[in-house]
Ligand binder design. Structure first.
Ligand SMILES: Nc1ncnc2c1ncn2[C@@H]1O[C@H](COP(=O)(O)OP(=O)(O)OP(=O)(O)O)[C@@H](O)[C@H]1O
Length: 290
């Protein structure tokens, strides 16, 4: 990472800059930002970003990996998703981004029942979701810049806007010198940052990230977390699947923990009294003292 990139990443704490960098889609044009207070007021009236009711899942004829999952992601919330390897974190995320349907139960996204939605209507819901996949899923023949620009191009954002925002966001995540590189020439950590930039560039309503800091060092991991937090302050509901105790300990966000096919809500002990009560921008978790 160059020193210019480092300065850029430090600016992430402002939030205002993230709003400028990630222009968003559909009615969230630049210059039309709602204030945090307006967002808070609106959020109270918003349906939960996601709601699972008695959800079960099995692959083929295998055992049920989820027996009875019930939980809700309130609009604008920030949660970590934890669980031992094989507990079902990636499977839960795949239900949330509609890559598969549950064996039973009901899933609502943004207030809409999606379990039975016809397949051709799924892209409308998916467009509101940004995903950072554990295996990145970059498009091999597209450069870093083109991979990240993809959601904006699909949404019909002008090339002018794309050329203004994408390079700046890439510089922020430390990829200024790799904008024209193909994925095969990037390290695991660099690919991960491309995947993150692609997921956040459209300022989705719901951001799902599967081990988004698994391939980077602690310093960059903290910076990427700040990017998610700033996005969350702008209204995005965030769910991050992670094994990283460093992240979980350092940031006092509530945890959804998968174990034995069920979901358990874990309230950060240090912050137990405050969880659920909006504070500093309405988040129910904040970074603890480093
Ligand atoms: N496509 C699939 N077909 C069959 N079984 C699967 C499939 N995907 C996952 N599983 C099984 O479902 C269970 C949950 O897997 P999943 O990958 O969701 O767990 P995880 O918590 O994300 O694990 P990790 O932390 O190791 O990434 C495991 O037993 C796994 O073998």
């Amino acid at each position: 990472m160059t020193s210019k990139d480092e300065c850029a990443v430090k600016r992430l704490n402002t939030g205002v800059t993230v709003a400028r960098l990630c222009p968003g889609l559909q009615g969230r044009a630049r210059g039309e930002e709602r204030t945090i207070t307006q967002r808070l007021r609106t959020r109270r009236e918003e349906a939960p970003a996601a709601r699972f009711e008695a959800v079960g899942l099995r692959y083929g004829t295998g055992p049920e990996i989820f027996t009875d999952i019930n939980f809700e992601l309130p609009a604008g919330s920030f949660h970590f998703l934890t669980g031992a390897s094989g507990a079902g974190k990636s499977s839960l995320l795949s239900l949330l981004y509609l890559a598969q349907r549950p064996t039973r139960g009901t899933i609502r996204l943004f207030g809409r029942e999606v379990t039975t939605v016809p397949r051709q209507q799924l892209p409308i819901v998916r467009r509101r979701i940004g995903v950072v996949f554990q295996d990145f899923r970059l498009i091999d023949h597209l450069s870093t810049l083109d991979n990240v620009a993809l959601p904006l191009r699909v949404a019909g954002i002008s090339e002018d806007e794309i050329q203004r925002h994408v390079p700046e966001l890439l510089a922020w995540v430390g990829l200024r010198d790799h904008m024209h590189a193909l994925p095969e020439t990037l390290s695991g950590g660099q690919k991960q940052r491309v995947a993150i930039a692609r997921a956040v560039i459209s300022r989705p309503d719901l951001l799902l990230a599967d081990e988004p800091t698994g391939n980077v060092d602690d310093r960059i991991a903290m910076r990427l977390l700040h990017l998610f937090i700033e996005l969350n302050k702008l209204g995005t509901t965030v769910l991050i699947a992670t094994h990283s105790e460093a992240l979980i300990d350092r940031f006092r966000f509530p945890r959804l923990h998968l174990e034995g096919g069920r979901m358990h809500r874990v309230t950060p002990v240090r912050d137990a009294a405050r969880v659920g009560f909006p504070e500093r921008g309405g988040r129910d978790g904040q970074e603890s003292t480093p």
